[in-house]
Design a protein around this ligand. Structure first.
Ligand code: C2E
Ligand code: SIN
Ligand code: SIN
Ligand code: FE
Ligand code: FE
Length: 377
């Protein structure tokens, strides 16, 4: 999988939830038996159905849930035919079901109406309407819901175009950093995946959205974008930096903030989750929980979670790999250093733990994105 595939376009999940809620209110006013409206997105690349967003706030259990479409034959059939499906008796129809159907059964939903959503020819997802009453979806109700399905599909596709614009811009920006050989492409890929790994393991404890996790993958490689403004004589210096050189180096955070502000202005991303995460990752990735970081000396929770995640991923990768100013460290020394930084209250201990407790995934990322130069040395 390409780390930065544009098909990983995630809509602003919160907006989508709000829109589903207000649409659900309208539907319910006319047909009170429609108890739930939910939307599952389809990812072309991975062929996974992901992110159940719904009008019920109690769907947390279904967040982060992914299911291969091919393992849900009934939905695969709908995607092929473009047809809609009415289920009058959920417990009778789905004897052994997916997580989604089990969840519906456990909450007493008895009937459902399902519609595939298309972006042109391509499947974009499914809309589920569910009722706690059996056989609630008569021809009349379904006809009424079809209009709403079209509106929800339009809203979703519009948002996805905005996100695709952000992704394209971020790729240009990351390419800019890559071009100067400041960071290898592999370092950027590893950063992205370590950051996503940490976020994924914090999803439950921090109530994170799928969107947040995907944005970690997308935005973590931006963290050092400001190094484009640091001269090579400092960036590539083999030894340690003089105090003056260090001041110039630390300024990569401010330069990065200016670049991100320009990106966000240009794309009119006033205060969206994406712009907040980009700004926080670039502006706070050298802050430390004990207040000893830079540029602002923020403490603990003053530092955003996304920046605390990137700080751990960044230090981990810097220690594991060769840098102009340091050799690559062996894994046990890296692990000890990260644990010590966490114990000293500098790195977020939970983030360090999420990374180091998942050694299999971590080694897999290292293998997939090994530096060509490090293989030879
Ligand atoms: P970088 O090489 O990408 O390193 C990222 C971060 O990894 C560092 O941020 C630091 O938090 C962590 N790190 C690197 N080496 C060590 C280490 O030996 N122990 C621990 N605990 N952490 C380590 P930091 O320190 O803010 O540095 C930012 C950037 O400044 C570095 O990015 C690198 O480009 C440059 N830099 C830092 N120290 C030196 C140096 O001694 N010589 C040169 N030429 N550049 C340096
Ligand atoms: C699902 O779990 O993806 C939905 C199953 C279904 O409604 O057919
Ligand atoms: C989210 O929006 O899902 C997470 C927000 C945050 O933790 O910063
Ligand atoms: Fe940095
Ligand atoms: Fe870095």
């Amino acid at each position: 999988m390409d780390t930065h595939s544009p098909s990983q376009a995630w809509p602003q999940e919160r907006d989508l939830v709000q829109q589903l809620e207000s649409i659900h209110d309208i539907v319910r006013a006319r047909y009170p038996t429609v108890d739930r409206v939910a939307f599952a997105l389809y990812d072309q690349d991975t062929e996974l159905l992901k992110t159940f967003v719904s009008s019920n706030s109690d769907d947390v259990a279904l967040r982060g849930h992914e299911a291969p479409l091919r393992e849900v034959p009934s939905l695969l059939e709908l995607a092929r035919s473009g047809g809609h499906r009415v289920v009058d008796d959920i417990p009778g129809t789905f004897r052994t079901g997916s997580l989604h159907t089990e969840w519906l059964k456990a909450r007493g939903y008895l009937s459902s109406y399902t519609t595939p959503i298309f972006d042109g020819q391509a499947l974009a997802g499914f809309l589920f309407y569910d009722s706690k009453q059996a056989a609630a979806f008569t021809a009349e109700v379904c006809g009424f819901l079809d209009d709403f399905s079209r509106i929800i599909a339009k809203l979703y596709l519009l948002q996805r175009q905005v996100v695709e614009g952000i992704i394209a811009t971020v790729h240009v920006a990351v390419g800019l950093a890559g071009m100067r050989d400041i960071e290898t492409r592999e370092h950027l890929h590893r950063m992205a995946h370590y950051s996503k790994l940490i976020a994924r393991h914090l999803m439950v404890s921090h109530d994170l959205s799928d969107e947040f996790v995907e944005y970690m993958l997308l935005f973590a490689p931006l963290h050092d974008i400001g190094k484009v403004g640091v001269p090579d004589s400092i960036l590539l210096k083999p030894g340690s930096l003089s105090p003056q050189e260090w001041d110039v180096m630390k300024n990569h955070v401010r330069i990065g903030m200016d670049i991100i502000d320009q990106i966000c202005d240009e794309m009119s991303l006033a205060d969206s989750l994406s712009s907040r995460m980009m700004r926080n990752i670039v502006g706070q990735h050298h802050e430390r929980c004990d207040g000893t970081g830079y540029p602002r000396g923020l403490h603990g929770d003053e530092i955003s979670l996304e920046a605390r995640i990137v700080a751990v991923a960044d230090m981990f990768d810097a220690l594991c790999t060769h840098r102009p100013y340091k050799p690559a460290w062996p894994m046990d020394r890296v692990t000890a250093e990260l644990r010590s930084e966490a114990a000293l209250g500098r790195l977020d201990a939970e983030c360090v733990d999420a990374l180091l407790s998942n050694l299999d995934e971590l080694l897999d990322i290292q293998q997939r994105f090994a530096d060509p130069s490090q293989l030879n040395s």
